[in-house]
Design a binder for this molecule. Structure first.
Ligand SMILES: C=CC1=C(C)c2cc3[nH]c(cc4nc(cc5[nH]c(cc1n2)c(C)c5CCC(=O)O)C(CCC(=O)O)=C4C)c(C)c3C=C
Ligand SMILES: [Fe+2]
Length: 419
């Protein structure tokens, strides 16, 4: 039995899965190959007639899907602590996660499915996505700094210099319970149930080896990688993502997003670095702020999204025309030595804070080739000078090395790191 066919059913214990016992692994390989071949119509269901239809995003490729691929409507992001101390168990987990992700992104249930198997055992798949379309589900995995700690998994010498611990920025009010993590999985889909189902299956497969540390649901993407499409709006009502890096801009992606072997960690070539920040908005205060003040704060108008002094959203910003503390002026590459980020964040509303205010904001996700020349210099400037700071607070933070894509049906998340 291979690593991928062992599943933990308690701390330190592994048991053969029903999938392994019944030998369904070949079906996963065939589906992975189909997904790799290009856009596919994905059917999720155990038996003919229960399946939905929809588009699947190819799982295999040089880069993980979910970075430069078009942004979906919904997010479920989860950070995990690795609870096993055993490197072989961690490798087995990553292989099992890869096999499950390959199936789910192709619109298939995990393992043997949600019903019809051995009546004595729980089904391999929890079932809530049966009959739903693939919904452009992408699953993107990342490795946090803790994974590379000395005397843990023998990875200390492989920690990329770019995987820095983020410094505290002025104004941060970080909640440790919503920060950090050894592993992360970003699940994006057009159907929230599909994204939530995917994280749930991975958490379940990881039982005994990982535990969910924190998670975040998101809606209403606040940035897109498709500039030709309508720019989405954030919870402050402004178009967000106008000057994002496009998923088709291979030159900008190569320069600012994809890590290269020459950057110092060859295992990361084709990967990227993710910074996640949970940013709470004081929307009740914002809602009492005049339109002029709101527009000054961003340096763009609220209707069209045009930069100050210009007429159209995609006109080139003229920074000297903006207030010195305007967000766009401070975040623009010209103010930060050319730094550019691929933003992929989502809005969130997580109930209320007990004081009559919505716990709402932006779950900021940014991919870059190196946070030391990407997020960090931009955030240093914003944290000190941004007029937006009066209305926002950073309450969660994490950074992850996002390895290259899974090449084919025999490959797995993290192979280049562990091999
Ligand atoms: C450190 C990076 C950034 C953080 C944190 C951040 C928070 C944040 N941003 C908005 C809303 C908008 N941001 C816009 C542009 C923009 N923001 C950043 C970086 C961070 N934002 C960059 C690099 C840029 C692009 C600058 C440029 O090249 O012109 C815009 C304008 C539209 C757009 O281009 O996307 C809005 C609106 C919020 C609400 C927020 C925290 C809650
Ligand atoms: Fe911004």
């Amino acid at each position: 039995m291979g690593d991928a066919d062992a599943r933990a059913d308690g701390p330190g214990r592994t048991a053969p899965s029903r999938r392994a016992l019944l030998g369904w692994g070949g079906a996963g390989l065939a589906l992975g190959a189909a997904a790799a071949g290009g856009t596919a119509v994905a059917l999720r269901g155990d038996v003919a007639g229960t399946a939905g239809a929809g588009t699947a995003v190819p799982f295999h490729g040089p880069h993980q899907a979910g970075i430069a691929t078009p942004v979906q409507d919904r997010l479920h992001f989860a950070a995990f602590d690795v609870t096993t101390k055993d490197r072989a168990e961690l490798v087995a987990l990553l292989k099992e996660w890869t096999a499950a992700a390959r199936l789910m992104t192709a619109g298939r249930p995990v393992g043997e499915g949600g019903f019809g198997g051995l009546p004595e055992a729980p089904p391999d798949d929890t079932g809530e996505a049966l009959g739903l379309a693939a919904s452009r589900l992408t699953l993107t995995v990342g490795f946090g700094p803790g994974l590379f700690a000395k005397d843990r998994f023998g990875l200390a010498g492989r920690r990329p210099d770019a995987l820095v611990d983020l410094e505290p920025f002025p104004g941060d009010n970080l909640d440790r319970a919503r920060s950090g993590g050894d592993l992360c999985v970003q699940a994006c889909a057009d159907d929230p149930q599909v994204a939530v189902h995917a994280i749930r299956q991975l958490a379940r497969i990881g039982f005994g080896r990982t535990a969910v540390r924190w998670s975040q649901l998101g809606f209403g993407k606040t940035s897109s990688t498709t500039p030709e499409a309508q720019t989405p709006r954030n919870m402050m009502g402004f178009k967000d993502g106008t000057r994002n890096i496009a998923g088709t801009d291979t030159a900008a992606l190569g320069r600012h997003v994809w890590a290269a072997a020459r950057d110092g960690s060859p295992w990361m070539a084709g990967g990227s670095y993710l910074v996640a920040r949970r940013i709470r908005m004081n929307i009740e205060t914002w809602d009492r702020t005049s339109l002029q003040e709101q527009e000054d704060i961003f340096g763009r108008d609220k209707g069209e999204g045009a930069p100050v002094g210009r007429s159209n959203e995609h006109d080139e910003p003229f920074l000297p025309a903006m207030k010195p503390d305007a967000h766009v002026r401070l975040a623009h590459p010209d103010s930060n030595g050319g730094a550019r980020l691929l933003r992929r964040g989502y809005s969130f509303t997580d109930g209320t804070d007990g004081l009559g205010r919505l716990d709402a904001g932006l779950f900021f996700l940014a991919y870059q080739r190196d946070p030391r020349t990407g997020f960090i210099p931009v955030q240093r400037r914003l944290a000190r000078q941004d007029g937006l700071n009066e209305y926002i607070q950073h309450v969660g933070s994490a950074v992850f090395a996002v390895p290259p894509g899974v090449r084919d049906a025999s490959d797995w998340w993290g192979r280049t790191l562990f091999s």
